[in-house]
Ligand binder design. Structure first.
Ligand code: FEC
Length: 294
């Protein structure tokens, strides 16, 4: 049987002119307040996306490295931008794939995140190939060790972070928050942090409903009040450098830290680190039921 991997990521606009269409895709037809669009364009402008679009470039680097590692075709599909998940499905089918592993570059399952990727992929394939979709990989030993290696030995208080979601997910019995806390606890244990760690959400969106908290900006202030003045941020819900890292952490959280007189650093993201690629390859092989090449 012929196998392939569809590697999925959030997607990012390549140009400032793309931002309205990209935001409209995220909103799925719901209205967008003009001030929210203007604010988003400004964040992308300050991120410098006209010169380089970090998320899309890193995802391509990851795809190519994973393909080399696996010796199988790997196709990129973006949830909110091109190449779309549907494009990846057509490319995989055109390449003769009969069994496809669907792997999202986000480790934790939520009905408000991973399910959307799954729905797009299932609809696109429409039963034309067998699909082995990976719902979550938040306990994957290689991922835990990769993060643990990045925080091990620090003297700072470590704050694990992930994208917030509307708080209504909890009422749905969504596993997202529990999975995040499991990853955080495992990384803390593997790196010997003891009790010098906590968890907070980040990147809440202005949708007018309550979101899961505490938000990292409030959390930094709370830690400061407790006498913590050095923090290392370890984002566990994302795997690459993109807007939510380079803006929400590197700009906004740094600005808050400066106001508070705290020192805040963050770990280097996994991006296309060879150890991370090997971890993704292991997950893909297991999903497909194929042995390692070595
Ligand atoms: O670098 C880039 O260009 C894209 C960075 C990016 C990533 C990302 C990941 C996640 N999101 C998740 C949930 C939501 C929910 C909403 C929402 C909205 C936005 C907006 C932008 C955006 N997200 Fe995102 N997300 C990224 C970017 N996200 C831009 C819209 C403007 C704004 O919020 O400032 C609210 C949708 C709505 O309005 O109803 C919910 C989750 C993840 C992590 C999992 C994943 O990567 O898929 C969960 C990267």
């Amino acid at each position: 049987m012929s196998e392939a991997v569809i590697l999925m990521a959030y997607g990012s606009p390549e140009r400032l002119a793309d931002v309205p269409a990209y935001y409209a895709d995220i909103r799925g037809g719901r209205p967008i307040a003009p001030e929210n669009l203007a604010d988003l364009v400004e964040r992308y402008r300050r991120l410098g996306i006209e010169e380089s679009s970090p998320l899309n470039a890193i995802t391509e680097e990851t795809r190519a490295a994973l393909e080399d590692e696996l010796g199988l075709p790997v196709y990129t599909g973006m949830k909110h931008w091109a190449p779309r998940i549907a494009d990846a499905a057509e490319a995989a089918l055109a390449g003769g794939a009969e069994r496809i592993a669907g792997l999202v570059l986000a480790p934790h399952y939520s009905a408000l995140s991973i399910k959307g990727y799954r729905d797009q992929l299932e609809q696109s394939l429409a039963g034309r190939a067998e699909l082995a979709f990976v719902e979550s990989w938040h306990l994957e030993p290689g991922f835990i060790e990769l993060l643990a290696a990045r925080v091990r030995g620090t003297h700072s208080h470590v704050v694990f972070t992930a994208h917030s979601l509307p708080a209504r997910v909890l009422a749905l019995g969504d596993p997202y928050k529990d999975q995040l806390l499991e990853t955080a606890a495992l990384v803390a244990e593997a790196s010997g942090l003891g009790d010098r760690w906590s968890f907070s959400f980040q990147s809440e969106s202005p949708t007018g409903e309550p979101w899961l908290g505490p938000d990292i900006l409030d959390h930094l202030a709370a830690l400061h009040e407790q006498g913590v003045d050095e923090v290392l941020i370890c984002p566990i819900g994302f795997v690459s450098d993109h807007l939510e890292i380079r803006w929400d952490i590197d700009v906004e959280a740094q600005e808050r830290a400066a106001e508070l007189g705290m020192r805040v650093d963050r770990i280097a993201m996994p991006n296309a680190d060879p150890a991370f690629i090997r971890t993704l390859a292991g997950i893909s092989r297991r999903a497909l039921g194929v042995p390692s090449r070595a």
